[in-house]
Design a protein around this ligand. Structure first.
Ligand SMILES: Nc1ncnc2c1ncn2[C@@H]1O[C@H](COP(=O)(O)OP(=O)(O)O)[C@@H](O)[C@H]1O
Ligand SMILES: [Mg+2]
Length: 384
């Protein structure tokens, strides 16, 4: 009961009304007790002297009745006036107390929201009440949501700044190389041969890939695409991906194998998107596995979901990086000299796509040089 009162503003306001009514009733009862007899006596005494003056009058009995009634009314009015004054006084006190409880947090939130609108995202308001006892009323909950909103805004703002920083950094590298080469060519320091042109072309190509990746990332992050889930044949999809990348594996002398049970239930997913995820994972595996290694794509059913794993015998990922590997622009090899490397958005996109399907994606690696295994799960078709 008490905690229910603490949690509801309506209860608090209702109780404040009750307090005013209670105080005025008590005052009315007490004044009636004390004031009425006294004022009654007073009026009766006044009447007594009047009676002496009017002795012998025949209409005396009637006058007495009338006066008694008038006196009684005057006495009650006196008591009522005192009670009304007490009610007004207690109403003022109670409403000051209640409105302070209501208005103070609202005013605080109003000021804080202006601050936030002006770009001070670190502003927070005080949450009245005890958080741990779950005794927050509507206003405290509003203050709590307000703080959560402010925190989210602060995070978004931080990510936005980070993104701009990262993107400009990523764009600068190829641009610097292209500009340097062009200057070298103009000054006659660099020879005008295929190698120079190829170098410039590669950097321009990298720039273009980066812009494409960014566009794709922003589309996926904003959810600006439609998932079209259909029953898909996973084995067929994996074989199609394998066929697409076969040549590259041959060129690098890495073995690509597939291990899927022959009888596999059709899954409910957007084929194109899952293919995109697979190409990302298999492409990464190829990129990080030296010649002579092997990459395996396998799938199994596990506790109500389907798990697809791409494992390799490549350079592996040490524990400190596995946390961040799905963060955009994150690359273990930060080296600027990388040629084949991407922009660090492939796994981020894969994560978004898998999560859009209601699945998860994670990586396991025994450590550096010990290979790694990326697994993503998809909910079973019959469950969705
Ligand atoms: N199979 C793998 N083995 C080792 N490291 C990997 C593997 N796949 C991804 N990584 C690491 O994760 C980083 C992020 O991958 P990704 O998001 O695909 O970006 P990108 O391939 O564009 O660099 C890579 O730069 C690499 O350091
Ligand atoms: Mg990649």
């Amino acid at each position: 009961m008490i905690s229910s009162i603490r949690r509801h503003l309506a209860w608090k306001i209702f109780i404040s009304y009750l307090v005013v009514i209670l105080i005025s009733t008590i005052v009315l009862a007490t004044t009636a007790e004390f004031v009425v007899p006294r004022s009654f006596d007073r009026h009766l005494a006044a009447m007594g002297s009047m009676m002496v003056n009017m002795m012998g009058s025949s209409s005396m009995g009637f006058d007495l009745d009338l006066d008694l009634f008038t006196n009684f009314r005057a006495a009650v009015n006196e008591a009522l006036t005192i009670a009304a004054l007490a009610a007004v006084a207690s109403a003022i006190v109670v409403s000051i107390f209640v409105s302070r409880q209501v208005v103070t947090p609202i005013r605080e939130m109003m000021i804080a929201s202006r601050y936030i609108a002006a770009g001070h995202y670190n502003e927070r308001v005080h949450v009245p009440g005890d958080l741990t006892k779950n005794e927050l009323d509507e206003l405290s909950q509003l203050a709590l949501s307000f703080n959560q909103m402010a925190e989210k805004l602060e995070q978004v703002e931080m990510m936005r700044r980070q993104l701009i920083g990262d993107v400009s950094h990523e764009l600068r590298t190829p641009l610097t190389t292209i500009k340097g080469s062009m200057e070298g060519l103009m000054d006659g320091i660099l020879p005008e041969n295929d190698e120079t042109y190829m170098g410039i072309y590669r950097e321009a190509d990298r720039l273009q890939r980066l812009v494409n990746d960014l566009q794709e990332l922003s589309r996926v992050e904003a959810g600006a695409y439609e998932l079209e889930p259909n029953p898909i044949d996973l084995l067929g999809l994996i074989l199609a991906v394998v066929k697409r990348l076969e040549q590259q594996f041959k060129e690098k002398d890495v073995i690509l194998e597939v291990d899927i049970p022959a009888k596999f239930p059709p899954i409910q997913a957007d084929g194109d998107r899952i293919e995109q995820v697979l190409i990302n994972l298999v492409g990464n595996a190829l990129q990080h596995t030296p010649s002579g290694g092997r990459v395996k794509v396998s799938a199994k059913q596990q506790s109500g979901e389907i798990q697809i794993t791409v494992s390799d015998t490549g350079i592996g990922i040490s524990a400190e990086h596995t946390e961040n590997i799905f963060t955009r622009f994150y690359r273990v090899e930060k080296s600027r000299a990388r040629t084949g490397g991407g922009s660090g958005t492939g796994l981020t996109i894969a994560k978004y796509l898998v999560e859009a399907h209601g699945g998860r994606i994670w990586v396991e690696s025994a450590g550096h040089e010990l290979g790694s295994a990326f697994t993503f799960s998809l909910p079973n078709a019959d469950k969705s």
